[in-house]
Design a protein around this ligand. Structure first.
Ligand SMILES: Cc1cc2nc3c(=O)[nH]c(=O)nc-3n(C[C@H](O)[C@H](O)[C@H](O)COP(=O)(O)OP(=O)(O)OC[C@H]3O[C@@H](n4cnc5c(N)ncnc54)[C@H](O)[C@@H]3O)c2cc1C
Length: 500
């Protein structure tokens, strides 16, 4: 075995989660070794798009524009096959961006390479041993070697080796359905896309990916997905035709796959110097298009906390807030996808349930409640501050700054915390003076007097907001809440002994 290399963080898995984490860590100047078991990028289409919160995060880091150019705006998503319009959601991106996972990965991969985190392909993690100061990571493949790092993050998918090697349990429920999907061309396409049309023992969806390119999905509730059993494309065509009554003239499949609705969550997201993110931490039924999105959001929540831990300037307990904040999001994800499976089952009971839910989704309150959850816009973390904005993602509001009109998202590009002073800047700056080398102090006026809070109405624009690098407000309030601001700076940016 080759001698041990050293790095700050080993990331196992170069899917969307691993790539996003690599980008976040490189932005913070952290050394990253990004390894993947595969010999090269698979090019599998997989996820069909990204939701509003993921778009906001990518936008903050300057990663979104090329994806917007290549993607397709989809005004609506669905909950268990019941259509949900996102058009009036309070975000710059009130839609789903239809773009296959392989395209998203290609872009993130190129950006990670530019940032100094090229993928080492053919390098599966096969062993690990941690001690008080780091992790010894054993890589297999044709060039077995060891890498020593301060931390190892398993972004290595649902069958995560890192999770198993760290002895972290993966509890949940078994699969109850068989889902199959194929990306094809259609000789006889329907007029429009539709989600979850139910017939007999199954349901089917027809989604246009690009002009001329369609994703067909069929779910059989009378069959169960079994690991190791590999249906063929012909099985898919037969099953789809049985349920839909037509195959829409499908031909030239470029990708075909199958899945179930097993739902499992890692018992914990951290074991010492080993962490989990993305599918390695949560698997579920791919309903509502949430898996990739949740993985990218995990990565952005973890990146800055891990960077501070590697540098050694993280406030006490910061790294544990990753699991504290993201595991409940994973729990909620499993919960809503289980509910969606139930809505899609055949039979009179599910028919009645769908009628009731369909009626409820016709009301804005319910549509917003479920849609904001699926899009990730309503997430709120506990921050110790009781302002209505605290813990929520800060809206991408327009600002008048000394250099001209800007918006909050643009202030977050450096990946550092931002203290945004909208009024009483002198007092806020004086309060934060012990931390000004660690935060971006931004002076601006808000163009509007109120900011929308997804699902909660709106709030009056506060005098100041301390924004975490993941775009969530750690503190918001008036300048006279100096104790509150100092407590938030100490908790989220860095302990400053001696700062009163
Ligand atoms: C059929 C299907 C349809 C889907 N549709 C959607 C959708 O519409 N919307 C949505 O958001 N999500 C969807 N998903 C889910 C989405 O694809 C996943 O949630 C997403 O890929 C998770 O990203 P990840 O980076 O966490 O893991 P993955 O993308 O699984 O990446 C894990 C990487 O780790 C590597 N790896 C594995 N073992 C090791 C090891 N020992 N060492 C090093 N590397 C290793 C793998 O080779 C892989 O490259 C779908 C999934 C499937 C299967």
């Amino acid at each position: 075995m080759a001698s041990t290399q050293t790095t700050d963080v080993v990331i196992a898995g170069a899917g969307p989660t691993g790539l996003m984490l690599a980008l976040e860590l490189r932005l913070a100047g952290i050394d990253v070794t990004l390894v993947d078991a595969l010999p090269g990028r698979s090019g599998e289409s997989r996820a069909g798009g990204i939701h509003a919160r993921t778009m906001e995060l990518l936008d903050q880091r300057g990663l979104l524009a090329p994806l917007l150019e290549r993607g397709r705006v989809m005004q609506a998503g669905h909950f268990g096959g019941l259509r949900m319009d996102f058009g009036d959601f309070p975000t710059r991106f009130p839609y789903m961006l239809g773009l296959v996972q392989s395209e998203i990965e290609r872009e993130l991969d190129a950006r990670a390479r530019d940032a100094g985190a090229a993928v080492h392909w053919g390098s599966p993690v096969v062993g690990l041993a941690q001690d008080g100061t780091g992790v010894e990571v054993e890589l297999g493949g044709e060039h077995p070697r060891r890498v020593r790092a301060a931390y190892l993050v398993g972004c290595d998918g649902g069958r995560s080796s890192v999770r198993k090697l760290a002895g972290i349990g993966f509890s949940g429920t078994e699969s109850t359905v068989l889902g199959m999907l194929a990306d094809v061309q259609l000789a006889d396409p329907p007029e429009d896309m539709f989600f979850g049309a139910r017939r007999g023992p199954g349901d089917y969806s027809v989604i246009q990916l690009q002009p001329g390119s369609w994703r067909l999905i069929v779910q059989r509730h009378d069959r169960v997905h079994e690991r190791g059993a590999e249906p063929t494309f012909e099985d898919f065509r037969r099953s789809f035709t049985e349920v839909a009554g037509t195959d829409f003239g499908m031909h030239d499949p470029i990708w075909f796959s199958h899945y179930g609705d097993a739902a499992r969550l890692a018992d914990r997201y951290r074991d010492g110097r080993v962490l989990l993110a993305g599918d390695a931490a949560h698997i579920h039924y791919p309903a509502g298009g949430q898996g990739l999105n949740t993985g990218v959001q995990d990565a952005v929540n973890l990146g800055w906390k891990l960077a501070a831990s590697v540098r050694g300037d993280a406030p006490a307990g910061l790294l544990d807030t990753y699991g504290g904040e993201r595991r409940p999001v994973g729990e909620r994800l499993l919960h809503n996808t289980r509910a969606q499976t139930q809505l899609m089952r055949p039979g009179a009971h599910a028919d009645a349930l769908r009628d009731v839910m369909g009626d409820l989704l016709g009301t804005d309150d319910v549509r917003h409640r479920l849609g904001l959850m699926i899009t990730g816009l309503d997430q709120r973390y506990e921050t110790g501050c009781d302002h209505p904005l605290a813990g929520r993602r800060v809206p991408d509001a327009e600002l008048r700054a000394p250099g001209g009109v800007t918006r909050i998202g643009e202030l977050l590009g450096s990946g550092r915390p931002v203290l945004l002073a909208l009024r009483d800047a002198d007092a806020l700056e004086a309060t934060a003076k012990g931390w000004l080398d660690q935060v971006v102090f931004a002076l601006a006026a808000s163009v509007s007097e109120h900011w929308p809070l997804p699902g909660q109405g709106e709030c009056a624009v506060p005098a100041g907001v301390l924004i975490r690098p993941d775009g969530h407000a750690a503190w918001a309030g008036e300048a006279d809440d100096a104790d509150g601001l100092r407590a938030a700076l100490a908790r989220w940016v860095g302990d400053r002994p001696g700062v009163a």
